[in-house]
Design a binder for this molecule. Structure first.
Ligand code: PMP
Length: 442
């Protein structure tokens, strides 16, 4: 019996022993095509020699030095790299160990900014339903994923949740994109009027929703409108790009694709590509100037901030993506993946929607295409599809039951940026078969 507290206490897991490009190999020598990058993490696959060499090199020099005593070269270089490429004045980078910590840091930076600016009454946070911002209590409270929140609700801080920009289910049949954006903007304005703009700290959203809905990009113009409204009321805009950032959608920053400049951006997964655990919060010059002229100190901290080996790994990941122009491959293969999914599953009676951007694609399953009625969540179809796909040697990321039975089962695909057309063909073949094997039994 395993002494590890695995996520599922009932299931047993194959032992991953080796990586080979986009494949993970288990102890029985079975190969799994990683079509979801774990959870949109492994952007360079599992055996990138330049990243492995950078990690070895860093460990040989200095693996870790506590950030309250030292800075390190990889931390400084990675911050320079990100600041040079981030939108607008997001020139400062706070390094953490993952996505939840990046979100917590953004929320605390927002709060400290207003306290030091002389606006301590700003404490409200506005987020959206069907979002996910992490699993620590503050980040969990911020997200609107009911399945993940439910039993912890008595422990969660109060957050205001608005409608997501989820066209498949939220946009009315006779509503244009412009009208939809207008309506969602009005909802934010109404919430601001209710709470008082001067009492609101931040609005947080994922530019492309990931772990709750399976790759839902916003309708064109949505983020510009939200940015506009936030700016008018002095509310900070936090872009949670933990899943959709770092090239996943074909650009380093998904908010840049929306043409906006957030005040804070949270990144993680694709930053280190899974070679080391790392996340970061990018911070605007305005926030930094207030802190610099105020306490001169960010009242926060974790033991592994700016971990030297993690920063060296992430720098190597980002350099490899840039020098080999892998974001071009993300855009090209992303389109091919979308077309292949439409061709294979577009007419499937239980596929309601196929969507996404770049190598970030989602499939929503429904019981009935016409009414968009989802399958009963107790069937746990998404989990069955994941298990069946694993039997076939394919990793895909399933989700479902995030809105108490009102949304469907989703499958998220987020393969490494190095995939080829042959890999796409293998994904489509194994995924279609897995979906049919499960649905034929319903
Ligand atoms: N924000 C978003 C948008 C995420 O998708 C996730 C993880 N799925 C997180 C935050 C939390 O990241 P982590 O699991 O690394 O704490």
């Amino acid at each position: 019996m395993s002494h590890v507290l695995h996520r599922s206490l009932l299931q047993s897991y194959p032992t991953a022993v080796k990586g080979d490009g986009v494949y993970i190999i288990d102890a029985d020598n079975k190969r799994y095509l990683d079509a979801c990058g774990g959870a949109a993490v492994s952007c360079l696959g599992h055996s990138d020699t330049s990243v492995i060499a950078a990690i070895k090199n860093q460990v040989d020099s200095i693996a870790y030095a506590h950030s309250s005593f030292f800075t390190t070269e990889p931390m400084e270089q990675l911050a320079d790299f990100l600041a040079e490429r981030a939108p607008g004045s997001l020139n400062s980078v706070y390094f953490v160990s993952g996505g939840s910590e990046a979100v917590e840091s953004a929320l605390k930076l927002a709060r400290q900014f207003f306290v030091e600016k002389g606006e301590p009454q700003r404490k409200h946070i506005i987020a959206r339903r069907q979002s996910y911002h992490g699993n620590t209590l503050g980040a969990l409270a911020t997200g609107g994923n009911l399945w993940r929140r439910q039993q912890f609700e008595p422990l969660l801080i109060n957050i205001h949740h608005l409608s997501p920009c989820y066209a498949y289910r939220e946009q009315l049949s006779d509503e244009t994109d412009t009208d939809f954006v207008q309506r969602l903007g009005n909802e934010l304005e109404e919430k601001i009027a209710e709470l008082g703009g001067e009492n609101i700290m931040a609005f947080i959203a994922e530019p492309v929703v990931g772990a709750t809905l399976g790759a839902v990009p916003a309708v064109a113009g949505y983020f510009k409108r939200m940015r506009d409204i936030c700016s008018r009321h002095g509310i900070l805009l936090i872009a949670d790009e933990v899943m959709c950032g770092m090239g996943r959608t074909g650009a380093l920053f998904a908010s840049a694709q929306e043409g906006i400049e957030p005040d804070l951006i949270c990144i993680a997964k694709g930053l280190g590509g899974g070679y080391q655990p790392i996340g970061a919060t990018l911070v605007s010059e305005d926030i930094i100037a207030t802190l610099r002229n105020g306490s001169g100190f960010f009242q926060h901290g974790h033991t592994y901030i700016g971990h030297a080996t993690a920063c060296a790994a992430a720098l190597a990941v980002q350099q490899r993506i840039e020098s080999d122009h892998l974001l071009d491959n993300v855009t090209l293969m992303g389109e091919k993946l979308q077309q292949a999914l439409i061709q294979a599953l577009g007419d499937h009676p239980h596929v309601g929607d196929i969507r996404g951007r770049g190598l970030f694609r989602g499939i929503e399953l429904v019981k009935d295409r016409e009414s968009k009625a989802p399958f009963d969540t107790s069937l746990k179809l998404h989990a069955k599809i994941k298990a069946t796909a694993m039997q076939q040697g394919l990793m895909c990321y399933p989700m479902g039951g995030t809105l108490n039975g009102k949304d469907g089962d989703h499958i998220l695909l987020a393969p490494p940026y190095i995939i080829t057309e042959a890999h796409i063909a293998e994904i489509i073949d194994k995924l279609s078969r897995s979906i049919d094997l499960v649905l034929n039994k319903v």
